[in-house]
Design a protein around this ligand. Structure first.
Ligand code: 9WN
Length: 454
């Protein structure tokens, strides 16, 4: 490790020692303040409903201090699971005013699908399936083991249905990885990873339904996606909705159809968790272990670019990789079977100047290469550091014994929230906070970073 990196680590570590307990208390308070009865809103102002992968991150953090609510969070989400197994990306709070968030329940009109559980209570798309992993991680440190085992038994068939849905209905070209039909499904909505595909859509203005953004009333426009990007988001969501969410028609109803490294790696990491859950409750882990081997093989065969030494999303219409230096490329570190040479290549890239600014006061890991012409220190997913991507990489690196880099990422994450509060994301060079404040997963994952044993 270079001298400057030692300095970065010391600089950040120094920030956490004496403040650890009060930081944990402050994070717990954010989660309590954002609890709305049976679930947690990501943010009172900007995201006033329940979001799918947020709920998983939130449960993991909350489980360190309130196991019943952590479990209730996921039960609430899965109560809205569709009959085909799809876990919706938003569960709407019916009491929240219609102009609190766009697109709301009327836009999604989920009842058009015969699978939606309650008329218009959810969105019509999904998000990364990190829930099985969340359930298993919560069980690892559960104090009330009996309740936790009962929870595993309740959740297991629902999690299996979620995974079956992705394998059965979301693999239209048979590549062995789940396809997503919208950037919102990736969780990294505005990532430059999707720019090329969105730019090629050639959308006629008449095909974009009239809409009004409410996010700009509540957030700085310099942080949020541009209006042109929103037009593409709304167009794609309307196309899928207008097919009545029929996954059999994806090749025609989803002009944006990709298999991505982050979504796929999370799916794989959760598949391993499903096997562990199965063992814990006396079920057969065999099918999950076999699925994990298949997904791991497909990741290497379909998303690995041997020439660049990087994982990229694959456009399923053109059957072509979409090279772009974004954070999604590193998520396959969550695969325990990743060949050592591939782990080495990913770590070398992570430690390069593109993703590892090396000066005291700089923070890891930017979500886009700082050397890319489109790198933006503020706009969401186009450069800023997020705690959830850091947390995923931290786990992936620990899985492969890359402890020094993992520790740097953890130290940087903690330093960010200590310095700027539980903001939605952070400027990598000065650590300033952006997006909404009191953001639930920043608080939840800070707790996990601070409380998980080394
Ligand atoms: C659209 C809630 C969600 C996160 C996503 C993040 C952002 C929504 C938005 O907020 O997306 O789903 O309106 O921008 O990109 O990852 O789940 O926190």
């Amino acid at each position: 490790m270079s001298d400057s990196r030692e300095t970065v680590l010391r600089h950040h570590t120094r920030l956490i020692g004496p403040e650890r307990a009060s930081l944990i208390r402050a994070a717990e308070q954010v989660l309590q303040d954002n609890w709305v009865g049976a679930s947690t809103v990501p943010s009172r102002s900007l995201y006033p409903h329940q979001w799918s992968w947020d709920a998983a991150f939130i449960s993991i953090g909350r489980s360190w201090f309130d196991e019943p609510r952590a479990r209730l969070e996921l039960l609430t989400l899965f109560d809205a699971q569709w009959s085909n197994g799809m876990v919706p990306h938003i569960v709407f709070d019916q009491a929240t005013p219609a102009d609190a968030y766009f697109p709301g329940p009327d836009f999604w009109d989920a009842g058009r699908s015969g699978h939606a559980p309650r008329r218009n209570g959810t969105s019509g798309i999904t998000q990364p399936p990190i829930h099985a992993r969340a359930v298993w991680e919560m069980h690892q440190h559960a104090k009330d083991v009996d309740s936790s085992l009962a929870f595993l038994r309740t959740m297991y068939p629902r999690l299996v249905a979620q995974h079956d849905y992705l394998a059965r209905d979301r693999d239209p070209t048979g590549i062995g990885l789940p396809a997503i039909v919208h950037p919102w499904e990736s969780g990294l909505d505005d990532s430059p990873a999707w720019d090329r595909l969105l730019g090629a859509l050639a959308i006629a203005p008449a095909d974009i339904p009239a809409y009004r953004r409410f996010d700009l009333d509540r957030a700085d426009p310099a942080d949020r996606p541009t209006n042109a990007t929103y037009d593409a988001f709304v167009y794609l969501a309307a196309r899928y909705r207008d097919s009545d969410y029929r996954d059999a028609d994806l090749l025609t109803s989803a002009p944006f159809l990709i298999a991505g490294p982050l979504f796929s790696a999370i799916y794989l990491w959760s598949t391993h968790a499903l096997a562990d859950i199965a063992v814990a409750i006396g079920q057969d882990p065999g099918p999950h272990r076999a699925a994990a081997v298949r997904i791991s093989t497909a990741l290497m065969e379909r998303l690995w670019d041997a020439h660049d030494g990087a994982f990229y999303p694959r456009d399923l219409h053109a059957d072509r990789l979409q090279p772009e230096e974004t954070i999604v490329s590193f998520a396959p570190l969550l695969d325990p079977a990743l060949p050592v040479a591939v782990v080495d290549a990913l770590c070398a890239r992570l430690e390069s100047i593109c993703f590892h600014p090396e000066a005291p006061g700089h923070f890891l890991i930017p979500t886009y290469s700082v050397r890319s012409p489109g790198f933006d220190v503020r706009r969401y997913w186009r450069g800023p550091v997020w705690l959830n991507t850091n947390w995923l990489l931290w786990h992936g690196l620990r899985l492969h014994g890359r402890l020094r880099l993992a520790e740097e990422i953890a130290a940087s994450s903690i330093a960010l929230v200590a310095r700027s509060g539980f903001r939605e994301y952070f400027e990598p060079f000065d650590g300033s906070g952006h997006g909404t404040d009191d953001f639930s997963w920043s608080a939840a994952l800070a707790i996990d970073f601070l409380r998980r044993p080394a």
